[in-house]
Design a protein around this ligand. Structure first.
Ligand SMILES: O=C(O)CNC(=O)[C@H](CS)NC(=O)CCC(=O)C(=O)O
Length: 300
């Protein structure tokens, strides 16, 4: 798996003109995914197009943008490899619109049979540039709340992915439930991330209780931008998602947000300002105040 995956990764980074681009626009997307991959693909392509039209250099699409399963067996049935037809079309749309894309998909895993929950980054030339596979499985049983066992349908990843250079900054990859694990955000920041993304399909009860607080906390404590694309609305008779896709700045302010009173596909555009980020980091230099002598995980 690892070899075939590596061979699909291009090396377009030398071609990005990053130094002058201290202020760029990012677009965060929200829609209601269904089982039908063709329909979801059309929605994603339309969102990529409107993000580009609004001047964004990168667009962030939700976790599981390819499909939301209705039954457990459908995850494995419908999952495609990263060089399959769904990602090919996304790559083409990125290229056609000259925009970078982060997208969550079920990534086929032929060995275990259960797909990875993957966040894939595509360059504005349509090249698959970085891939992260969700580390933390959402296996929970909340009274009157969600009961989910992601590990029954999903293979968990086993590595932290190095942040990748994009036009909006050095981007650290995570997914949804990962936002409850500050150690991943800290590690990505330790590896120089300036932006973290959490493509999501949050449940309604946990979204109402925790979503915004978690995202703003991760942004404040890591002093990075946090971009969380999200599914919203009723996917099928058994499942619905909270929505509230947003971009948070390194001070913890929400700078862009999709409407929660509509389940129509939407994007919100916000500025990523790396000068502001540097100012946040120098005003309150928490990362020079770390105590690796006490907390050994950050000793280098
Ligand atoms: O299953 C798929 O096809 C797509 N994956 C998801 O929807 C995942 C795993 S079930 N959802 C979450 O992690 C929700 C986390 C959450 O809601 C919380 O942390 O409160």
């Amino acid at each position: 798996m690892q070899e075939s995956f590596s061979s699909m990764i291009g090396s377009p980074l030398s071609r990005i003109n990053l130094p002058g681009a201290r202020r760029t626009l990012a677009a965060v997307a929200q829609f209601c995914g269904h089982l039908d991959m063709q329909k979801n693909l059309q929605t994603c392509v339309a969102l990529i197009g409107s993000a580009a039209q609004r001047g964004a250099k990168m667009v962030f699409l939700p976790e599981a943008s390819d499909f939301i399963p209705e039954r457990r067996d459908q995850s494995a049935q419908q999952a495609q490899p990263l060089d399959g037809p769904f990602m090919k079309e996304i790559q083409q749309a990125a290229k056609d619109n000259s925009i970078w894309v982060s997208i969550g998909v079920h990534e086929q895993h032929t060995i275990s049979g259960h797909p990875f929950n993957t966040n894939a980054v595509v360059s504005d030339e349509g090249v698959l540039t970085q891939v992260y596979r969700k580390l933390h499985m959402f296996d929970v049983n909340v009274k009157d709340g969600p009961r989910m066992s992601e590990s029954q349908t999903t293979t968990r990843g086993d590595q932290i992915t190095d942040p990748v250079d994009t036009p909006v900054g050095k981007l650290g990859l995570a997914i949804c439930y990962d936002m409850r694990f500050p150690e991943l955000a800290q590690q990505l920041r330790h590896r120089q991330a300036q932006v973290l993304c959490y493509p999501s399909a949050f449940t309604e009860p946990t979204g109402a209780a925790h979503w915004e607080v978690l995202l703003r906390a991760r942004a404040i404590e890591t002093q990075t931008y946090v971009i969380a694309a999200a599914h919203i609305g009723k996917h099928n008779s058994k499942r619905s998602s909270y929505g509230d896709a947003m971009i948070v700045d390194p001070w913890g302010s929400v700078v862009a947000r999709c409407p929660r009173n509509s389940t129509e596909p939407a994007i919100a555009v916000g500025e990523i300002n790396l000068e502001f980020l540097d100012k946040c980091r120098s005003d309150i230099p928490v990362f020079t105040h770390k105590r690796p002598d006490i907390f050994h995980e950050f000793a280098s």
